[in-house]
Design a protein around this ligand. Structure first.
Ligand code: SF4
Length: 328
């Protein structure tokens, strides 16, 4: 795939990353304060503008967000205050599964309270920040949080499997291989395939945690987008809806892959395309309404997103000469 190289001279690049990380931490602090003091504007900006734009950056390059994410910065700060050790292989697996569970717990919780309760969301962000810091204090580099427990990591791996931009990683100037398999910053586009491992040679990939997540995601996105905001007492309905739709999506993918004999990498690329298209089908209306854009913008954004994602998928299926990661 033809890619735009983003290779500034190293000192200028490092200064940009440093500024980006500082902006990330300041932005997180400002968000937490605003969620408490002026929740309406903070919730609108976060959920209806910032969050919907984030997945698009993963298709460009997951290195962009991973280089400035304030939670990743807290994770890295934790390395300085503790005596971190390497995760065992078993711990890595469990932390990774924990990230998938957190995704399915936290995202639906938006409908129960996090979409509308600023102070509660501020407390949740503080708690997640403390977990990221603790993970850094206990475990080497970003192995436990950024590469495992972070609920955004599986989305980064799915959408970032064939980045359009080649962006050198913004952290880990000296890699200590804290995550031998599946680190987007170390392995780049190979990360997702490393994570699935040899299971990608047959349908066993659908039994890996990442495979389950990818196959369930289209159903989850539809259910989450169609659910209204409600009260915490409706938690059973909300979780039953998102988990039920995820299960239906997973079973459908198993059926399609079995009948069509779809290779694992083709199926995962297709799932990223479908999930991205579904996400922006719904998110386009949200962002347009938040920005006060005229109604015609919504179908335009939807058509553009579908066209770009279709083109992206056609490029992914080509030989992956681009798979070599960039050095720092
Ligand atoms: S680049 Fe290396 S040190 Fe940094 S998170 Fe990845 S494996 Fe760990």
């Amino acid at each position: 795939m033809a890619r735009l190289h983003v290779l500034e001279p190293a000192p200028a690049r490092d200064a940009l990353w440093t500024a980006g990380r500082a902006a990330g931490i300041v932005g997180l602090a400002a968000l937490i304060v605003t969620l408490v003091w002026s929740p309406r504007i903070a919730l609108l900006t976060l959920w209806n503008i910032a969050v919907p734009l984030l997945p698009a950056t993963f298709f460009l390059s997951p290195a962009l967000w991973r280089g400035v994410c304030p939670l990743a910065t807290l994770n890295a700060w934790g390395n300085r205050v503790g005596t971190p050790r390497l995760l065992t292989e078993r711990e890595t697996w469990w932390f990774g599964v924990g990230g998938l569970v957190l995704f399915h717990l936290i995202v639906p919780a938006r409908h129960l309270s996090l979409n509308t309760d600023g102070p509660l969301l501020a407390s949740t962000l503080l708690a997640i920040g403390a977990i990221a810091l603790a993970c850094g204090a206990l475990f080497t580099s970003r192995s436990a949080f950024c590469n495992a427990l972070c609920p955004v990591a599986p989305v980064e791996r799915l959408y970032g499997q064939a980045p359009l931009l080649r962006v050198p990683r913004g952290r880990c100037a000296t890699c200590d291989v804290c995550t031998p398999r599946g680190c987007l910053d170390l392995a780049g586009p190979k990360a997702m395939r490393q994570l699935i491992g040899t299971a990608r040679h047959d349908r066993q990939w659908l039994r890996t945690p990442f495979g389950v997540f990818a196959a369930a995601l289209p159903g989850f996105i539809i259910a989450h987008a169609l659910l209204p905001d409600t009260r915490g007492t409706d938690a059973i309905v909300v979780y039953a809806t998102t988990l039920g739709a995820s299960l239906a999506s997973y079973l459908t993918v198993i059926g399609v892959v079995t009948v069509l004999r779809t290779p694992a990498l083709g199926a995962v690329a297709g799932l990223a395309t479908i999930s991205g298209a579904l996400y922006y089908w719904f998110a386009s209306a949200t962002v347009a309404a938040a920005l006060g854009a005229p109604p015609v913008v919504v179908p335009l954004v939807r058509a553009t997103a579908i066209a770009l994602l279709t083109w992206w998928m056609s490029q992914v299926s080509r030989p992956l000469q681009h798979a070599a990661p960039l050095p720092h």
